[in-house]
Design a protein around this ligand. Sequence first.
Ligand code: AHR
Length: 502
Amino acid sequence: MAAVRFALDPAFAIGSVDRRLFGSFVEHMGRSVYSGIYEPSHPTADAAGTRGDVLELVRELGVSVVRYPGGNFVSSYRWEDGVGPVEHRPHRLDLAWRSLESNEFGVNEFLSWCADAGTEPMLAVNLGTRGVQEACDLLEYCNHPSGTYLSDLRAAHGVEKPHGVRLWCLGNEMDGPWQIGGKTADEYGRLAAETGKAMRLLDPEVELVLCGSSNSTMPTFGSWEATVLEHAYDYVDYLSLHSYYDPSDGDLDSFLASAVEMDRFIDAVIATCDHVAARTRRRRKINLSFDEWNVWYQGAFSGPENLEWQRAPRLIEDQYTVADAVVVGSLLISLLRHADRVSVACLAQLVNVIAPIMTQPGGPAWAQTIFHPFALTARYAGQQVLRVEPVGPTYDTARHGDVPVVDATATIDPDGAVAMFVVNRSRDAVPLQVDLRALPGRAAATHTALYDADWNARNTAEDPQRVRPRDVAAVAVDDGVMATTLPPVSWNLIRLAPPAVS
Ligand code: AHR
């Protein structure tokens, strides 16, 4: 295979990395909450019922923000059911996933879990079956200091200090025919505008996310974004994107190039936001919140229609492979590449439900393959993203046309530390050469990669360390050029230490 080359130059920065790019998502769905993050009878549980082993993995994953409580679940959720004495909380039917909801875990439990996990909360309000008033009630309960019915109720529930939640989603996937209380773009745009207006009056510090299309294959994709923005532009900060990449059809070559589709999706939504801004003479830009993304074997899930009513059923507990982890790593490359416009992103979801972390009720918790590229990117991505233009071989795919064999991005910190994130989509090893002449004083690099001779290898409860990142080699830099080899079907992290100070 011919070598791939690119150059790094600190003069060519795309934008700064918002740490909120390394977010995730906890929905009341399947075992995400119950026997996921919360299991009072678990040997590692604390007084609040939080699983300590899961919390440790969440911290290691480096999740910066967590969206909650849905997802489709939020569209018929009554937040009041989940506050106050647990013994008085009603049991309800959750229509989104045809599950039984005990409401043992609610907004205060979630916000206190976020504080323990060292992560920022991102709450969604129900704009499916509810509206402006209930959204404002939840905001008042969470954020108003005291002296009103709902802020005093929070204090009576044991939470004196306001939670100060900044990030709020105005509903979820409101264009989806599956959404409880789904809406047309005009209906939703008006409701979101009025809800946003009222929420900002209540707390001017909030940052609001408007629902974009559920994915880029929706028949109304593009026009939905334009219409809802026309209604709500002045009241929101971000527009949402959701996308899941499905390996079910077995076309590995196309699947490995899923980031090409993510790039196109992001570019199209940016174009739509800027088109509305131009047409309506607005200068303030709307940024993006990619608040659901992941690999999901959707072909294996027939939908909620035929599910039996159960509490915390095993739903979409996908077991991820090495190839899936390479794709997750490459999707993070796409998100970083768009750091100038993508401000928030959430790997969906966090525990058990299409998740990097798996648990057994009463048993162990472990990291899936996709955990590793996420954790390393969250840990090592620096402050600024650099422009990277790899030159090298391409290959043909059924789904995306001709795509580059190697994709890459890089970041730099103020002290000059550089992290390169590189994916090799080929089944062969690929030589990589990086021109570092614009970054003098670098003698060596470290190279870590996630790869395996078996692209279908997975981590399990019995063998949780089967797939882990490995050190590839210490890499020399000669005459301003760094050379290394990317293993077949691999995600790679190559780091340059800051230059030595003389
Ligand atoms: O993450 C699973 C589901 O996918 C979410 O509830 C919904 O928003 C999306 O369709």
